[in-house]
Design a protein around this ligand. Structure first.
Ligand SMILES: Cc1cc2nc3c(=O)[nH]c(=O)nc-3n(C[C@H](O)[C@H](O)[C@H](O)COP(=O)(O)OP(=O)(O)OC[C@H]3O[C@@H](n4cnc5c(N)ncnc54)[C@H](O)[C@@H]3O)c2cc1C
Length: 500
C-alpha cells in the first residue's frame, strides 16, 4: 500500500508514527521544509528565550526512524482523479492513500501585492527577520497587525527583545475591531489588554493598514508612521492543494471532512487543513487537535485498507493559553481560569511535552536557564561548533580608565558557565574558565569606538569586540559584545561598566 503524507508538522509526524508500525505501508513524506518546526515557540526564539535548534528537527531523521522516504519539495497540487501528487518540479507521484497535513500559513488578504515588504511569522527564518527588524537602527515604530493570539504572543516577544537590547522603540498592535482575542472570554481579553498596556504597548482599535511603502505606514485612521515596519499576523489560510469538485472548503481553504477525517475513499485530511465540525462548532487550529487528528487519520487509513470500519475523531479539548513573555499569561484549562506564572508554566510544560525527541530536553534546558531572571541577568550563549553552552554570570570591572582617549586599559572579566549545559561536550570547563577569567587588555581602540580586548595570556584565543558608548551618566555601555574564544562565539550581551 503506497501512502503519501504531504506535510510533516504536528499532524504529519503523528500520522507517521502510527503508519510506520504497519509493515504493509510504503510511506512517502513530502515537505517543502527540511525541518519540522515547533511553531508555538517561534515567539520565544525571537525573544531569545529558546534557541532556534530547540524548535527544529530534521525531517529526514524522522522519516528514517519510521522507514519512510522523505522528499524535500513543495507539493504544487493534488490530482484526486488520477491519485497523483504533483511536485514543484512537475514530477508526479502516485498514491493508494493520501493524507494531507499541510497546516496553515499567513493570509495577507488584500495586501498580497505588498506581502514581500511585510514581515510575517510562520517559519523559523521569520524569527531572524523580526530580530533584525527590531535591532535595525533605521526603524523605530513597529506595527503588528492582528488581534489574535499570534499577534499578542509576537508583540509580547518583541517587547521582551527591546528590553533585552535596551532599545527605546514603539510597538503598536493594530486591530480591526474594538477588542482583541475576539471570541474568547471577556476576562481573558481584559487581562491581556491590561498586561499589554502596562508594558507600554499601544493598542489601536477599529483600524487597518491603508498602505506601506518605504518604511512609511499609513493607517485607515489617517495616522502616519515613518521609520516603521509592519509585522502581519492578522490571519491564516491553508494551502489550496486539492482541486476537486467533491471538496467543500471554507474561506481559509480549510476542507470540511467526514467524522473519520476522510474526504473520499482514499484521501484524508488532518490538522489545521481539516475543518472538523464537532457539536456544531468548527474546531480551532491548534497543536493538540492536530496531533490527535494525525493519529486518527492514520489509523483510519489502515482500517480502510483492511476493509475495517473507520472510527470517528473525538476531540478532547484541554483548553488554551495565551502566552505572554513577561509571564503574565492567561487561559482556560478544561473549565478552569488560570493566569500569571501558573499559566506560563503550563504553556511551557505542554511545549516540552509536545516537542519532538531530544528537543524536549533542549527546550526544557532553555526554559529553566532563563525563566524568572530579569533581562539584565539573562544568560548569553557560548557556541562551540554545533553545540551550545550557557554562561550563568558575567562580571566586569575596569582597572585603568579613559578609553575615550585611546589609552591602554585592562578589564577583569569573569565569565562563569552553567555546568548543567556542558553535558558530553568536547570542551574543558576548567580550561575555558581559566582562559576567560584572565585580565584582558584593550588591544586597539578604533576611531569608530570599536575595540578589541585581548587575553594577554592566551592571545589568539580570546577576543572581545564591542561598541563603546557613553550614556551621559558617567558610565559606559559596552555592547552588544561578541566574545570569540577559540571557535566559540558568545553573543548578545550588554555589560555596563562604570568608569570611575
Ligand atoms: C507563531 C505561532 C504560535 C502558535 N501558538 C500556538 C499555541 O500556543 N498553541 C496551539 O495549540 N497552537 C499554536 N499555534 C498553531 C499550531 O502551531 C498549529 O495549529 C499546528 O502547527 C498545526 O499542525 P499541522 O500539522 O496542521 O500543521 P503544521 O505543524 O503547520 O505543519 C504543516 C507542514 O506542512 C508543510 N507544507 C505546507 N504546505 C506544503 C506544500 N505545499 N508542500 C509541502 N509541504 C507543505 C509545512 O512545511 C509544514 O511542515 C501557533 C502557530 C503559530 C504560527
Amino acid at each position: 500500500m503506497k501512502i503519501i503524507i504531504t506535510g510533516c508538522g504536528f499532524s504529519g509526524i503523528n500520522a507517521l508514527k502510527v503508519l510506520g508500525r504497519f509493515s504493509e505501508c510504503q510511506i512517502t513524506v513530502i515537505d517543502k521544509r527540511k525541518d519540522f518546526i515547533f511553531l508555538p515557540l517561534l515567539p520565544d526564539v525571537i525573544s531569545s528565550r529558546i534557541r532556534k535548534e530547540s524548535v527544529t528537527y530534521p525531517i529526514n531523521k524522522i522519516a528514517d526512524k519510521y522507514k519512510a522516504v522523505f522528499i524535500n519539495q513543495a507539493v504544487k497540487n493534488i490530482n484526486a482523479a488520477s491519485n497523483q501528487v504533483i511536485l514543484a518540479d512537475n514530477s508526479a507521484l502516485s498514491y493508494d492513500y493520501l493524507l494531507v497535513c499541510a497546516g496553515s500559513e499567513t493570509n495577507f488578504y488584500k495586501y498580497e501585492n505588498i506581502k514581500d515588504s511585510l514581515i510575517k511569522l510562520d517559519d523559523i527564518n521569520d524569527t531572524k527577520i523580526i530580530y533584525e527588524a527590531v535591532t535595525n537602527k533605521a526603524i523605530n515604530n513597529y506595527l503588528i497587525a492582528g488581534g489574535g493570539y499570534t499577534s499578542i504572543e509576537l508583540v509580547s516577544a518583541m517587547k521582551k527583545l527591546l528590553t533585552v537590547e535596551k532599545l527605546d522603540k514603539s510597538l503598536y498592535l493594530v486591530v480591526r475591531g474594538n477588542t482583541i482575542l475576539r471570541g474568547m472570554p471577556e476576562w481573558i481579553q481584559k487581562y491581556t489588554i491590561e498586561n499589554l498596556v502596562k508594558q507600554g504597548i499601544n493598542i489601536i482599535y477599529n483600524t487597518r493598514l491603508e498602505s506601506f511603502n518605504n518604511n512609511k505606514s499609513i493607517l485607515t485612521s489617517g495616522s502616519v508612521y515613518n521609520e516603521s515596519a509592519v509585522i502581519w499576523a492578522a490571519g491564516v489560510k491553508c494551502p489550496d492543494l486539492i482541486q476537486a469538485d467533491f471538496l467543500k472548503k471554507d474561506i481559509q481553504n480549510r476542507v470540511y471532512t467526514d467524522k473519520d477525517l476522510s474526504v473520499s475513499d482514499n484521501i484524508f485530511i488532518a490538522g489545521d487543513c481539516s475543518k472538523y465540525i464537532y457539536k456544531s462548532a468548527a474546531l480551532r487550529m491548534g497543536v493538540s487537535f492536530s496531533i490527535r487528528q494525525g493519529q486518527t487519520a492514520a489509523r483510519n487509513i489502515i482500517n480502510r485498507y483492511k476493509n475495517k470500519k473507520t472510527v470517528a475523531f473525538v476531540p478532547f479539548d484541554f483548553g488554551y493559553i495565551i502566552p505572554a513573555s513577561n509571564e503574565k499569561s492567561c487561559g482556560m484549562v478544561f473549565v478552569i481560569k488560570i493566569k500569571g506564572k501558573l499559566a506560563t508554566c503550563l504553556h511551557y510544560f505542554t511545549a516540552v511535552f509536545f516537542s519532538y525527541a531530544s528537543n524536549k530536553i533542549k527546550v526544557f534546558l532553555d526554559l529553566t536557564s532563563v525563566m524568572d531572571k530579569p533581562a539584565s541577568k539573562r544568560q548569553g550563549k557560548l557556541k562551540t561548533g554545533e553545540q551550545n553552552i550557557y554562561v550563568s554570570e558575567i562580571t566586569a570591572s575596569v582597572n585603568k580608565n579613559n578609553p575615550d582617549r585611546g589609552e591602554m586599559f585592562a578589564y577583569n572579566i569573569t565569565i562563569k558557565f552553567d555546568p548543567t549545559y556542558l553535558g558530553d561536550m568536547d570542551i574543558d570547563l576548567e580550561h575555558i574558565r581559566f582562559q576567560l577569567g584572565q585580565s584582558l587588555e584593550v588591544l586597539s581602540l578604533s576611531t569608530n569606538r570599536e575595540f578589541t580586548i585581548i587575553d594577554t595570556k592566551n592571545q589568539a584565543k580570546l577576543q572581545i569586540k564591542a561598541i563603546l558608548k557613553t550614556n551621559n551618566q558617567g558610565s559606559y555601555i559596552i555592547g552588544p559584545i561578541k566574545i570569540i574564544a577559540q571557535e566559540a562565539v558568545l553573543e548578545t550581551l550588554a555589560i555596563e561598566i562604570i568608569v570611575k
